[in-house]
Structures are given as C-alpha cells and as structure tokens.
Design a protein around this ligand. Structure first.
Ligand SMILES: [Zn+2]
Length: 581
C-alpha cells in the first residue's frame, strides 16, 4: 500500500486550488511529490534517488527527500513510497493495438498451444455458431504448437464435422473435410486456381498454399463500428497502463488510424502516448513522393501524445511462416518443417537492393524516417548494403533508419549499422516461445544468435525490445504477450517458456534491459529528449512497482506488478483502487 502523507479530501482540495491557484502554485511548486522510494532515473550516471517531484505533466525535480522540500507547497500531494521502486514509464515500441481491438470484437483471441487445445476450442465454438457457418481458428504458429507441425483435416474433423473449419498456419490453409469439400477438393484429382494443394498418400487433401481468396469468398467478412473499436481500444490502453506501459508505437497503420488517435486525444481519452508507424509497400521513388504528399504528414508531426513516426515497408517474411530471408538456403530440416518445395529457397525478399535504394533515398530526401520489417539475416544484409549505397550520395546517419525484428544479428551487421546510424526494435517474447523450435529446426548456431541483444548493446547500436502485440487482451497470453516485465525477464535470463537457456552470452544486465524499454525505445522515435528517463523537464510518465526490479530474484521479474502508473503526471492505473482490468 502506498501512503498519501498528506492529501486533502477532494472538495476542500478543489476549493483551495480554485481560490489560490496563482499564489500557492508558484512555478517551483510541485503538484505531486513521491518520497521515500527507490527511484531508478536511468540518467547518464544511472542515479538512484529517493524522491521525484512532478508539475504540469512534467518532472520538476529528482533527488533526496530533503531535496524536495523547496518544491512542496500547501497544495502538493505528497505520497510516501514506503521504499518501493519507481521506473520511467515503459515504452512498448511495437504493437498493433487498433488491430487487436478490432480483432477482439470480432472473435476474442485464445492462445492455443497444441492440437488438443485447438480441438477443445473448436468444440466450444460449435456450441455457439449456427450449423453450416464457418469456424475460423485463432492464429497460432507451428513453432508454438506442442506437435510442431500443421494439424491435419482428420484432427479438425474429430472436433467438428458439422461446420466447415479453417485455420491459417505457417502460410498454409488447413481445413476440415467439410471445408475442403465446400472448396470442391475431395481428392488429388481436384485443383483450385492459384493454390498448391498438399495431399496425403491416399490422395486426401492435407493443406493448401495460395487460393486463400476462394476461402475468403465463402466466409462472410465481419466488420465493427468505429465507436465499438474506440471503446475496445480504450480498454486495451487501460490494460497497457496496468502493466506499466505509458507509450506505444503503433507499428504499421494508415492515416485513418492516426486520425482515430487524434480523436481520442481531442476527447482527452488517451491514457498512453502513441507514435504511429505508417506502413505502405511503396515500390518506387515516385510512389514514395506521391504517397507521402497525399498523407500530408511527416515524421515528427504531432505532439507528445500523438506523433508521426516512420514510413515502413516489409522486406521479408517471418520465422513463423517459413519465409524469413536467410543468408543460406533453408536446407532439408527447415523445408520439411515449413512444408516447402524449392531446394534452393532462402526465404522471400519483397524488394531488390536497387528498389530499396530508390525507396530509401526518396524517403530520406523528403525528410521521413524509414523503417523496414526484416526478420532474417539475409534481408538485413541487403537493407544495409542498399543503405550504404544511398549513404554515398546522401548522409543517412541522422535519420535513424530503423529495422524491426532482425532476429539473427552478427557483429558485422551491427558494426555496419552503427556506421549508418541504424537502430533496431525486436521482440523478446518470440525468444520465449520460439527459441526451442529455432534450436531444433535451424540448429544451435542460429539459436545462440537468435534475439542477440548483447550483440546490439556491445556494438553501441540502439535496440528497443517489445512484443509485436497484435491479437488478444491478456498481457501474458496474447499473440504476442505484451507484459513488459516478461520481456525484461527474457532479456535478462535468456530463458524460454520451459526454462531452457540458449546463448547465455547474450544476456543483458537488468539495467541494460530496462533501457531497451525506456530510453532506447524513446531514441528510435526521436523522443529521447522528452521521455525514457526520469530527469527534470521530461514528461511525468512513471511506474511504481510492487517489488524491486533491480534486486528481486530473477524469476520474479516476470511477476512484477505495477502499483501505480502515471502518465503526464496523472494516475492512470492504481492497483489499490481499480484492481487490474
Ligand atoms: Zn508488427
């Protein structure tokens, strides 16, 4: 329990403020002082102090309890932290919150970790879905299924033969028998335009790749109203606050989504700050110019609540889908696992190096920060070469080009990045869930590099850690789980969900990990001067924790719960009052 040392009851407080605002609240008087705590400032000296004073949404002072005396006025709310730890507000630098909000309205996300869990979910769904209507299984990945393979139609049939069932997993559509029949596929004599169908030894369909449009035609598209989406988004933001998140980077949206956030800001209903990554597969210099001109926005537009971030293109695929671009051919094991055909396959590359150069240079000239989705080491190398070529004509360093994902860094790629001023964001939760599969399918050399955070940190390249949250509202069981304390635990321990450690030399210290969710995350969106540390003049975004992040047992880091989350000097989450949403 946090103890308000002196907090006037509300009506009296309001009256006093109204009649004495000017005289009492001098420029140096705090609205709130947190005292008697352990405040981790993350400033240049890594100072830990006892107290912090806030005023007008900004940090007024940090220091000892005694240092706060000059800032304490009649109206100052003083809260004793009783020794509790305070950290800067956490910055979740890669989410798809609007998508998660819409998705949750259409069908609540359920984490599914095995074929039997998929079957159990389908059985429950059968009870509520009218007969004959399609059932779509929530997204999961084969790396995360206990069986580490696609489910079979027969396994889906066991759960449901009355409704057509569909699930998309690792770029394959798996249907139950009824589903395949509705598509007209009963045996290996049947075909579907644009689809590669995989059959079993008896000629029965197992899965198909491509031809998804034919399935979509059969499944009525569900939509949700903007009002309902807005309410769901506010709820999700409250959940973010409850786990200590005070800022997010929406990592791939359009201008309509940006306007949604502006609307929430105008209505004073935002409880997280948001920086928007605009995603568009622009494929020429002219397309970059035309698209950005039409947007009428540019990196840095907006304010401390809603801001325009980078322009993003997707250069390769994913480790879950079997199309991440690697520096070597996939080989037999990976081809079998992902059900691939091409013996020389190295993964997808959506842009040639020449095309990337054109796009990066155009964005650079127009003043945009650029961001690339690139999961594999092959795609990262191509991006760096393209950027090095652009850099010969036009210095790129100050533009903080950002690569998102980059799961297999090397010392060489990090050195090249440092020279170009390239920064990164990556997702520790994928290590937690997928490291064992990477070890099995890619091999030990790859898992030791997987999510190599220390390689980035030692190389002096800014690296933000985050979740890539896209489905579900549960902080610990979403796709992908966004509990920041779980992310910090993974970065510090290099343990996966079963407790296995892979690549122990890549462990970060607790402070290094925390910097990846605060000041480094602020840096990648040019916001390090206003947030990411607890220093005078910065935004009053902070979190009070239920235990000491720096000294609690390592496996307790993931159990840390915020007691208070403060954004802009206002308490947006109070565990004692509201409980957890
Ligand atoms: Zn993403």
């Amino acid at each position: 329990m946090l103890v308000p040392v002196r907090n006037l009851s509300r009506p009296v407080c309001v009256a006093l403020v109204l009649c004495s605002m000017v005289s009492v609240l001098s420029a140096e008087t705090a609205t709130t002082i947190f005292k008697n705590g352990k405040v981790i400032t993350l400033d240049d000296q890594s100072r830990i102090v006892e107290a912090i004073a806030l005023r007008d949404g900004k940090i007024l002072a940090v220091g000892s309890d005694a240092d706060m005396q000059p800032y304490q006025g009649d109206q100052t709310k003083v809260i004793s932290l009783e020794g509790k730890t305070v950290i800067p507000g956490l910055i979740e630098s890669h989410v798809h919150a609007l998508r998660a909000a819409r998705g949750e309205l259409i069908q609540p996300h359920q984490e599914l970790n095995s074929v039997s869990e998929i079957q159990a979910w389908i059985r429950e769904k059968v009870k509520e879905v009218p007969k004959g209507r399609w059932i779509t299984v929530p997204r999961t990945d084969i790396t995360r299924l206990k069986e580490r393979r696609h489910p079979t139609p027969a396994e889906l049939d066991v759960a449901c033969a009355t409704h057509p069932v569909h699930m998309n997993i690792a770029r394959k559509d798996v249907l139950n028998t009824l589903g395949f029949e509705l598509l007209g596929i009963k045996s290996d004599k049947d075909t579907l335009a644009g689809a590669r169908i995989v059959f079993d030894d008896n000629g029965k369909p197992l899965m198909m790749e491509g031809g998804g449009g034919a399935i979509q035609k059969l499944i009525p598209k569900q939509t949700v109203s903007p009002e309902a989406t807005r309410e769901a988004l506010k709820k999700l933001h409250a959940i973010y606050n409850s786990v200590g998140i005070t800022s997010i980077l929406e990592r791939g949206s359009g201008v309509e989504e940006y306007r949604e956030y502006e609307l929430l800001k105008e209505q004073k209903e935002l409880t997280v700050r948001m920086t928007m990554t605009i995603r568009q597969q622009v494929r020429s210099a002219a397309a970059v110019e035309a698209f950005t001109k039409k947007l009428g926005l540019i990196t840095g537009d907006g304010d401390d609540w809603v801001r325009v971030g980078p322009l993003k293109i997707s250069v390769d695929g994913g480790i879950h889908w079997g199309n991440t671009r690697l520096s070597e051919p996939y080989g037999e094991k990976r081809r079998q696992f992902y059900v691939l055909q091409d013996a020389d396959y190295r993964g997808d590359l959506a842009y040639s190096r020449e095309l990337m150069e054109q796009v990066f240079e155009a964005g650079q000239k127009l003043g945009w920060q650029m961001c690339c989705h690139a999961t594999g080491d092959g795609s990262v190398n191509e991006i760096l070469t393209a950027l090095e070529n652009v850099n010969q004509r036009l210095p790129v360093k100050d533009r903080r080009f950002c690569i998102t994902h980059a799961y297999f860094p090397t010392q060489e790629s990090v050195e090249r990045s440092k020279a170009l001023g390239v920064c990164y964001d990556t997702q520790t939760y994928l290590f937690y869930r997928d490291a064992d599969a990477i070890n099995q399918i890619y091999g030990p050399a790859w898992v030791n590099r997987f999510m190599g955070l220390k390689t980035f940190v030692d190389g002096g390249v800014p690296i933000a850690i985050n979740s890539d949250h896209m489905n579900g509202f549960d902080p610990d069981h979403s796709m992908n789980a966004f509990n920041p304390f779980l992310a910090l635990y993974i970065a510090v321990s290099r343990r996966d969900i079963d407790g296995n450690v892979f690549g122990a030399h890549q462990k970060l210290t607790r402070e290094q990990a925390l910097r990846c969710m605060t000041i480094d995350a602020a840096y990648i969106s040019f916001e390090e001067k206003v947030k990411g540390t607890l220093e005078p003049g910065k935004l009053a975004d902070l979190v009070v924790l239920d235990r000491d992040y720096l000294t609690c047992p390592e496996n307790e880091i993931r159990q840390i719960k915020p007691l208070l989350t403060v954004v802009d000097g206002q308490i947006v989450f109070d565990a004692g009052k509201t409980g957890r949403p």
